[in-house]
Design a protein around this ligand. Structure first.
Ligand SMILES: Nc1ncnc2c1ncn2[C@@H]1O[C@H](COP(=O)(O)OP(=O)(O)OP(=O)(O)O)[C@@H](O)[C@H]1O
Ligand SMILES: Nc1ccn([C@@H]2O[C@H](COP(=O)(O)O)[C@@H](O)[C@H]2O)c(=O)n1
Length: 213
């Protein structure tokens, strides 16, 4: 009787721990597109670190606006204290317990900051990693810019810097999670629907009963 009650309490408490999936890949590899598909099919809230930073940049009275704009334009990574606090607030505001965290952690500062503040409050399920060549990613970002994204970093000069940051700072983070057996690789060089077919296999293999909408 006592054991069964303890088991029930433990299940209840485990359920309360927010679960996260980190979504990584080169600029333009399709992270945002796939997160939007995933959040429609599965019970996950999509939080894009880049979108949260862009919103904060626009927020009147933000003390970080100028710094964020400069970093974004130069393809550099904003200090984790700012990004982690925006993510944490968005998670709390949503009132939900499963999150796709798109574009984070992008470097060692992001990773260390998350581990300091958030890793004991959350459970990392896996890291979704979209693999796509630099040429294709560049073409997609330039296409997005030409279609009117309004992003100050969808231009060749910023893209070169973003790719350097991706190769030098983000790839080591993906390798770190790969060594922990947490990376789920997806070929992102095919059409969006085809990519999503592979993404669904990953989510469906992760105990469908717990994550299906
Ligand atoms: N599989 C795909 N095939 C062709 N085009 C795609 C595919 N996925 C996304 N796109 C297009 O490529 C552009 C970039 O996609 P998306 O914004 O999803 O990438 P991202 O990885 O989130 O980019 P960023 O890191 O720069 O925010 C968009 O214009 C999108 O419509
Ligand atoms: N963890 C992060 C994520 C993003 N940034 C900055 O935003 C830019 C755009 O990010 P996208 O994911 O929308 O492509 C990125 O180049 C960085 O300047 C960040 O600092 N930290």
């Amino acid at each position: 009787m006592l054991n069964s009650t303890l088991r029930q309490c433990s299940r209840y408490l485990n359920k309360m721990v927010p679960e996260v999936v980190f979504v990584l890949g080169a600029p333009g590899s399709g992270k945002g597109t796939q997160c939007s598909f995933i959040s429609k099919e599965y019970d996950f809230v999509h939080l894009s670190a880049g979108d949260l930073l862009r919103e904060e940049r626009q927020r009147q009275g933000s003390e970080y606006g100028e710094m964020i704009e400069q970093k974004i334009r130069n393809g550099e990574i904003v200090p984790v204290e700012v990004t982690c606090s925006l993510l944490h607030k968005a998670m709390q505001k949503s009132g939900k317990s499963r999150f796709l965290i798109d574009g984070f952690p992008r470097n060692k500062d992001n990773l260390d900051g998350w581990e300091r503040v958030m890793s004991d409050k959350t459970k990392l399920l896996f890291v979704l990693f979209f693999e796509c060549s630099r040429d294709l990613c560049t073409e997609r970002c330039l296409g997005r810019g030409a279609a009117g994204s309004g992003r100050s970093d969808d231009n060749l000069e910023s893209l070169q810097k973003r790719f350097n940051t991706y190769l030098n700072d983000t790839m080591p983070i993906i390798q770190h999670y790969d060594q922990l057996g947490l990376v789920r690789r997806i070929n992102a060089e095919v059409g969006p629907q085809q990519v999503f077919e592979d993404v669904k296999k990953v989510f469906n293999n992760s105990d469908m009963s717990r994550i299906a909408n």
